[in-house]
Design a protein around this ligand. Sequence first.
Ligand SMILES: [Zn+2]
Length: 62
Amino acid sequence: MGKKKVCRTCKLFTTEDICPLCKKSSFATTFQGRIHFLDTKKSRIAHEMDVTMDGEYAIKVR
Ligand SMILES: [Zn+2]
């Protein structure tokens, strides 16, 4: 099992080598806070963060 990391572009948590959302491979392992979106269409925070796919995201990536 791979270590969880955060995509620098969309802040999505993943264990893959390529981000399943933006297909980029630039990751950070340092982040602040995490938020789990279950229904991004109804979430105002998801809208503000530009999140369109359900999943676990970091609030801030360094
Ligand atoms: Zn991404």
